[in-house]
Write a protein that binds this ligand. Structure first.
Ligand code: RB5
Length: 144
């Protein structure tokens, strides 16, 4: 069983708690890299902790949440081994795996309902990368 890494800021914390319930109910293991309350905090700290864990293989997959998704997505994507994808619909979550081989799914906690978020999580965790032409494209993403 893969350990799913989780991270959020205060704005993403409520949805992260719901995602944890969803994962537990389906037998997934997870590691929560914080934050652990709705007290105001800075998303890079938690995004970087999760991204490091995905980069070093501790967690093959991660889910990150802030208010819009943008700040924590920018943070995780500063890591060379990370492809973070902002997802707010299951179809986008599917394409993030199929075309982008995303290893962190990012959601906008203040702009997505729990049911849609759960569908995004389910889709992201159960969709394979298609490879082929998409491999060439993701290989060209890192920029020196
Ligand atoms: C926090 O207020 C908010 O700025 C943060 O969660 C995120 O939306 C930033 O991109």
């Amino acid at each position: 069983m893969k350990t799913i890494g989780l991270a959020s800021d205060h704005a993403g914390y409520p949805l992260k708690e719901q995602v944890k319930e969803w994962l537990t109910a389906r037998g997934y293991e997870y590691k929560d890299f914080g934050t652990y309350s709705t007290d105001s905090c800075d998303y890079p700290q938690f995004g970087h902790a999760l991204a490091s864990a995905v980069e070093n293989g501790e967690c093959p997959t991660g889910i990150a949440i802030c208010g819009t998704g943008n700040g924590i997505n920018m943070s995780v994507n500063h890591h060379k081994g990370i492809r973070g994808a902002l997802c707010w619909q299951p179809e986008i979550a599917a394409l993030a795996r199929q075309h982008n081989d995303a290893n962190i799914m990012v959601m906008p906690g203040r702009f997505i309902d729990a049911e849609t978020a759960a569908k995004c999580v389910e889709t992201f965790l159960n969709t394979e990368f298609e490879g082929g032409r998409h491999q060439r494209r993701i290989d060209a993403i890192p920029f020196e």
